[in-house]
Design a binder for this molecule. Sequence first.
Ligand SMILES: [Zn+2]
Ligand SMILES: [Zn+2]
Length: 214
Amino acid sequence: MPGTPRAGIVPVTPFQQNCTLIWSDETKVGAVVDPGGDLERIEAAIAGQGITIEKILLTHGHIDHAGGAAELRDRLGVPIEGPHEADRYLLDSLPETGANYGLDGARAVTPDRWLADGDVVEVGGLAFDILHAPGHSPGSVVFMSRDARFALVGDVVFKGSVGRTDLPGGSHEQLIRAIKDRVLPLGDDVAFIPGHGPTSTLGEERLTNPFLQD
Ligand SMILES: [Zn+2]
Ligand SMILES: [Zn+2]
């Protein structure tokens, strides 16, 4: 048995991005999701949980999520999976974006595996289905554990809000369609960790999120 997923949140960067460790309680093997920066804190959290990291996952290409990915890949010697290739241009331009935001050390990164809708990612023996959910960025993906009823949604949807769409490549209509047609149907009981702020469930957002009420 692969066990059940455990998760721990490490807020990183001035954007307070929810870098997330996920691992199997059975195998104690896991992944780092969205290492935007502050790698020392991420490494301390990994050591504190006593887990082995086998891969890095990226929900999308924005700097607060991906700015530390190349450096962490070098330090841990593990591959990077995700996001969808439509975010390649964001990952290519991370050094320039970092300079614009005054963030040091962001490196361009090319994942070892691009993800597409319907793909499956394995973490410590746990399976996560991939949903392509563009709109916040063209290549945003959602990682969904159907067994555990748990999802990592990046900046697609938040507790009480949705991802901003004013950045290059964003589309509010596309984002709302992706949430309503693709993410919410995963089920009201699905708990999720967003890229920023508190956790929620898809049911709570379907019923109360002001951006999803018509
Ligand atoms: Zn973002
Ligand atoms: Zn973000």
